[in-house]
Design a protein. Sequence first.
Length: 386
Amino acid sequence: MNNFQYKNPTKILFGKGQIENIATEIPENAKVLMLFGGGSIKKNGVYEQVSKALSAFEVVEFGGIPANPEYEVLMEALDIIKAENITFLLAVGGGSVIDGTKFLASAALYEGEEPWDILAKNKRTFIGMPFGTVLTLPATGSEMNSGAVITRAETKEKFAMGGPGLFPQFSVLDPEVVKSIPQRQIENGLADAFTHVLEQYMTYSVDAKLQDRLAESVMQTLIEIAPAILKNTSDYKAASNFMWSCTMALNGLIQQGVPSDWAIHMMGHELTALYGIDHARTLAIIAESHYKVNFEDKKEKLAQYAERVWNVNEGTLEEKALAGIKKTTEFYHSLGIDTKLSDYTKNYKGTAEIISKRFEERGWKGIGERGKVTPELVEKIVEMSY
């Protein structure tokens, strides 16, 4: 197992009725900017609950953060933060709203000339404006980690950011919100969380037995509860396991002491930036090709995954590894998610070359757990995903 240091300061308030407790988690006399998305929280009762909980505070609202948090929209919110002397941010929404809030927490205290540099130049945030979250859409794990991904429509770019100053102070996880989530978002959440685990697991062994078992248990839980939550979003037991699995998939715990990949995400981000495809679906598009192209480096872990997660007990190591890839694609299909770029756009020709060139221009000469996925391999992987 590799050396590691791990600290996660986010307080979790899990279960029914926890929204009413946020008032005790926000500093007295704070001036709060409540951030949300397209307005679904005003239809499912969450807005009313949050407003009631914040009744003792001065609150300013900012809605309209899109599904891929957009830089120009967030800059409007940043102007409000500065003009209104906001001291605390509250994200009420899914991963996009929370990611947008993290960018604002960083940008509000950023002393550079252009906040976009936080993303384009990968500047880590060590001190950010304090914020909390009320999670309405399980998927990204952003409610318990310090990372975010922001899109800039003007340049069709999508970059990640992070740093120890971007952990939420608290996050409310009430599984009852799941019952109002549209089917497509449930599908996306399951696929997103599952792929988050794969990115931290499907690398090579460093004999981190507990980390492997933790990762496998999250994937097994997602596989087990997927049919139930897809069938009935009002199933509180399924919703609870769905929500907590999504959080555990990316709160930093399972990646401690082990190598991580993230190449699937880096390629997937480009597909979202270019075509507006749902983030989770871009991951499903790239996964199979990525594992096939990098088969030799990943076959031992793929075989272990096939055995432990999918109960594939027959065949050679290579046969089990290939079965693991096939089972992964079948799982995405079982969620109702297509896994080829051509399923989403007919204008896919040239996409591989565009993405490869972008990686080259950014100096991303070798990504993945071994640093061996070159722009040339990226081009091959994306082209195989057509």
